[in-house]
Design a protein around this ligand. Structure first.
Ligand code: ZN
Length: 266
């Protein structure tokens, strides 16, 4: 069993444009066309059973349409859908309740695309409203190649957020940024105590991919999640990189699906 905790799809009518624009700003090519069909083909090829789809909203006006599209595909049994929330939108509580009623499983916020630091009270408010509904929240973590000037979600910034969101089920993507492993280790005890989840997307194929080992060895083994960030990485390449790491098979199973299943209560 494999659950990919971090994937993106776009509606078929805008996927081509969205992927081309992200390839340009991000500086690396996508695998596949960015549609749900492309994701399902990638899952089949790499052996993933379930994918968590994370929409990225970039402005307040777009939130309704983005979430309506996600809701429209959410009946598919191979995917688990999160909704997008912009911290500056009105009626945040109503939108979160709408997503919950539609059967979505969590909330995604990308601090860079909404131009808000992760420890801002506005982000804490969204997370606390999601927690009231029993929904987990995932934040992009570390530097985003589309936003080279600021990092709005680093280990130090997350350390400032956690006291504002007691009881939240929070996931930070990309092990909170591969350029901050020393800061992640510096905050390790408080993050583990909080129960902070980390996804491993985009961290396993670095020139020094073994840099993740001290994190995996020292962190709570029940809080690390398999994730690709598809279409930016494939299931196949990410799984083979994970399989090569010198950690126990039991730990790999927790990363591949057990931890995600516990978090999502599935
Ligand atoms: Zn992503």
């Amino acid at each position: 069993m494999v659950i990919d905790f971090h994937t993106h799809v776009f509606p078929p009518n805008i996927a081509g444009r969205a992927i081309a624009s992200l390839e340009k700003t991000g500086g690396f090519p996508a695998h596949g066309d960015g549609t749900l069909d492309g994701l399902l083909a990638n899952m089949e090829q790499g052996g993933a059973d379930l994918s968590v789809i994370l929409p990225v909203v970039t402005n307040v006006r777009q939130v309704g349409a983005v979430n309506d599209y996600i809701i429209s595909i959410s009946d598919n049994k191979q995917i688990i859908c999160f909704g997008g929330i912009h911290p500056d939108m009105p009626n945040i509580k109503e939108e979160i309740i709408k997503l919950k009623k539609a059967g979505l499983n969590g909330i995604k916020i990308h601090p860079d695309f909404v131009r808000t630091f992760a420890d801002d009270n506005k982000i804490a408010k969204v997370i606390n409203l999601a927690t009231e509904q029993g929904m987990p929240v995932i934040l992009h973590g570390g530097a985003d190649p589309s936003f080279p000037d600021y990092v709005r979600c680093s280990p130090d910034i997350i350390a400032g957020l956690l006291p504002k969101i007691p009881g939240a089920k929070l996931v930070c993507a990309h092990l909170l940024g591969y350029t901050y492993f020393d800061r992640l280790l510096a905050h390790l005890d408080e993050f583990v105590k909080f129960g902070l989840y980390l996804d491993i997307s985009m961290t396993l194929d670095l020139p020094k991919s073994r840099d993740v080992l001290p994190i995996l060895e020292k962190y709570d083994s029940s809080k690390i999640l398999f994730a690709t960030d598809y279409p930016w990485k494939t299931v196949k390449e990410t799984l083979s990189a994970l399989n090569e790491l010198p950690i126990s098979d039991e730990y790999k199973e927790k990363i591949k699906w057990k931890n995600a299943a516990a978090l999502l209560e599935i």
